[in-house]
Structure formats: C-alpha cells, structure tokens
Design a binder for this molecule. Structure first.
Ligand code: ADP
Ligand code: MG
Length: 266
C-alpha cells in the first residue's frame, strides 16, 4: 500500500504545488515510486512536472467521472522521475457534476485502489479551498501535509484546516492524520517569521517538520521550464531542502502517527 498524502492549505499561493512537485522529485531521487494527482483546475502541478495540460488525453476529471482508470490517465513526468495524473480547466466542472453522483466524495479513493501497488507514495495537490475536490483527496489520503508561510495570520487559517481534517477523520476517513506542517518560503532574517515559527512549534510540537524550505528563486523559476526545482538546479538551497524533506517524509511515513484528535489543537 502506498502512503497517500494530500498537500493542502485552503489559502492560495502558500507553496502547495511547489511542495508537491519537489517532494515528488525528491522522493523519486531516493528510489521511491511516486504518483502526483493534480486536483487543482489550474493544473500547475501538471505543467510544473513538464506535462502539457492542454494536450492531456485523460485527466483527473475523467478519473473522477469513471471515464478513465488511473492506469489510463497517468503520464510520466519527462524529467521528474514520477507519474502524474494531470488536471486542467475541465476539472472546475467536475465539482458541479459530482454533486449529483453517487459516492461523490470517494470516487478518487475507488479509482486509486486498482493501481495502489504501483507506488510507494501518492501525493495529491489540492486546490485552495475546502471543496468537493479537496474532500475527494482527503477521503482517500492517509495524511495531510500543510505547507505554510510563517506570517501573521498563518495560525488562524490553520485552525480551520485542522478542524476540517478532524471532521473528515470522524465522518469519512478513519485513516486520515495530520502528518505535519512544513515551513516554506522561510527567510530567517525576518524576525516575525522566526516568531511565528517558534509559536508554531509551541502549538504543534513535533507535528512541525524539522526541514525548513527557504525562499529560493530557483524554486520559483523551475516551473516555467516544466522541471521540478530539485532537478532544475540540484545545487540550489531550495532543491537541497526538498531532498532533505523527502528523507524526512520517508522516515515519518515509517512511524505510526498519533490520532489527529489527540494533538494539534491550534
Ligand atoms: P499554491 O500551490 O499554494 O498556490 P505555489 O506552490 O504555486 O502555491 O507557490 C506560489 C508562488 O510562490 C509560486 O510563484 C512559486 O513559484 C513561489 N514559491 C513557492 N515556494 C517558493 C520558495 N520556497 N521560494 C521562492 N518562491 C517560492
Ligand atoms: Mg497550487
């Protein structure tokens, strides 16, 4: 069984897609078999993996509507070393179409079961909302990884997300855990970021990953070349941090995690 992790945060622009793509490439580099599922109609994880969202034969939309299997829809990231089920604007319509369908919140879970043995990790890049698409991700996942910037309102937003994870855990998916919070775009020279980082550790303890992803321009440049930053410039600080993060995720995935309800009260 693969470890299935959602990369989620209902805020946009916090580094979800950058985390998904670079964690996938980092895991692939250390020998893990990885699938990215792009659940955001913007298709940034698809494009950032070097897969053209405009020319997909099958996308995650077809998988959700049961018009394609995972095996039919996946494509290889040319440079990333992992597989991708892509997304494009079509996916925005799925939200409405799914509402009237049976098992609307567990379509992805069902679809993934047939190909589960092919992977060690499945990473789901979630849209910036707590929508039916995100719910499909959370329903099939074992864990949630939350990238966040250490800014003033960061803790407030976290409470909503932690509560959603608890609700899904209670009502839809007993396997769901908060795996950890990842500090991204971190600049240690900014005092406020240090303070928020300390507060985070105070509230969440070991739910805060040890690895910190620095603000690094190479990570921001890589997507326009359709290559994960980890591959684009392996020597950069950002790439090295994501490879370290991949090692940390492998180590954490091997440990049993305490129930969400027992911890993580923001
Ligand atoms: P989300 O998926 O949450 O909307 P993205 O991963 O797309 O967020 O990141 C938002 C923007 O910030 C993008 O332009 C991305 O290239 C940039 N970015 C993300 N992480 C970093 C980082 N560590 N250093 C510099 N820029 C980053
Ligand atoms: Mg994104």
């Amino acid at each position: 069984m693969p470890h299935i992790f959602c990369i989620a945060n209902q805020k946009g622009g916090v580094g979800k897609t950058t985390t998904t793509v670079n964690l996938a490439a980092g895991l692939a580099q250390i020998g893990q078999r990885v699938l990215i599922i792009d659940l955001d109609p913007q298709g940034n994880a698809t494009m950032g993996s070097g897969v053209d969202k405009r020319t997909l034969t099958h996308s995650v939309y077809d998988v959700l509507l049961e018009d394609a299997t995972v095996a039919e829809a996946r494509v290889r990231s040319p440079k990333g070393g992992y597989d991708v089920i892509g997304a494009n604007r079509e996916l925005a319509g799925a939200e409405i179409e799914l509402v009237t369908l049976e098992r609307r919140d567990r379509r992805l879970k069902t679809a993934l079961e047939a190909s589960a043995a092919d992977y060690d990790f499945v990473l789901i890049d979630c849209p910036p909302s707590l929508s039916l698409l995100t719910l499909n991700g959370l329903t099939c996942a074992h864990g949630v990884i939350v990238p966040m910037q250490c800014e003033y309102f960061a803790l407030e937003g976290l409470t909503d997300l932690v509560n959603t994870v608890k609700q899904v855990h209670a009502n839809l998916n007993r396997d769901l855990q908060l795996i950890g919070l990842l500090r991204v775009m971190f600049d240690p020279r900014i005092t406020l970021q240090q303070q928020v980082s300390d507060q985070l550790k105070g509230h969440f303890g070991d739910k805060v990953f040890d690895t910190v992803i620095p603000r690094n321009v190479r990570l921001a440049e890589a997507p326009s070349y359709g290559v994960p930053g980890v591959v684009f410039d392996p020597a950069s600080k950002g790439a090295q941090a994501f490879v370290a993060f991949a090692h940390e995720v492998v180590a954490r995935a091997a440990q049993p995690t305490p129930a969400v309800s027992a911890r993580a009260q923001a």
